[in-house]
Design a protein around this ligand. Sequence first.
Ligand SMILES: Nc1ncnc2c1ncn2[C@@H]1O[C@H](COP(=O)(O)OP(=O)(O)OP(=O)(O)O)[C@@H](O)[C@H]1O
Ligand SMILES: [Mg+2]
Length: 258
Amino acid sequence: MSVTRILDLIGVSRIVGGQSILSDINLSLIPGEKLGLIGPNGSGKSTLLGIMAGLIKPQSGEVYLGGKPIRDIRRRQIAQQIACVAQHADTSDRLTVREAVELGRTPWLSALRPWGDEDEEAVTCALDVVGMGNFSSRDWSTLSGGERQRVQVARAYAQSTPVLLLDEPTNHLDIHHQISILDLVERLSSTIVIALHDMHHALRCDRVMVMEQGRCVALGSPLDVLTPKLISEIFRVNAQLVPNPAGGRPVFSFQSLT
Ligand SMILES: Nc1ncnc2c1ncn2[C@@H]1O[C@H](COP(=O)(O)OP(=O)(O)OP(=O)(O)O)[C@@H](O)[C@H]1O
Ligand SMILES: [Mg+2]
């Protein structure tokens, strides 16, 4: 059986100022899977996403993109494979919303491949997908936090990559837009890694990786991993899974530890 390798991490560690912020992370993404990254503040989720994207270099270990060490792959080629939405994504330039999304097409453009209809369509479609089609000509700097976040998701979507890395892409969004971004994530055929704090959102992933102090403490299907025992150990809260009155996945009930 042939194995399609997308993104593999082997023994990845990072130390900053003598402090270990990631240690010995081993992970192979399954093509098309949605992997949720869960963990307390400072547990290493954003650092791990940065390493997966080739933006942060690990001190030891290796990241492989399509079976090749990512450090040997040019930035443009990486950007044709991996799109990212950073936790505090922003732009300092004075751009319109449409121009901000057009940036997502950069890795596909060259002297021999100038901007064309395909790019125009990708941008229009991306803006529509996040419900920002009517904001095209608005100045980016005038957008609300949630609107900016949706434009960043549109920029990554327009990049048309097989891998998407999303760092808390719903943290500024109202509930309608949270659900619509998660529905989009579920619909896409891309391989997606998404850092999350909401356990209910994590339940929608194919697999969940739980991090604590830079280590992977659990990796597997959400209901196998997000047990009340693990949640109380890692997040210091009591958790119960209760049946959802509306049907479908169970829901969490949280209380402080007594
Ligand atoms: N460049 C750096 N210099 C010093 N410490 C750093 C650096 N980058 C990250 N850290 C530390 O590493 C730890 C992991 O940070 P990271 O941003 O990956 O956590 P996180 O899990 O994404 O947290 P959050 O849920 O708050 O977003 C934190 O304690 C952070 O302060
Ligand atoms: Mg983070």
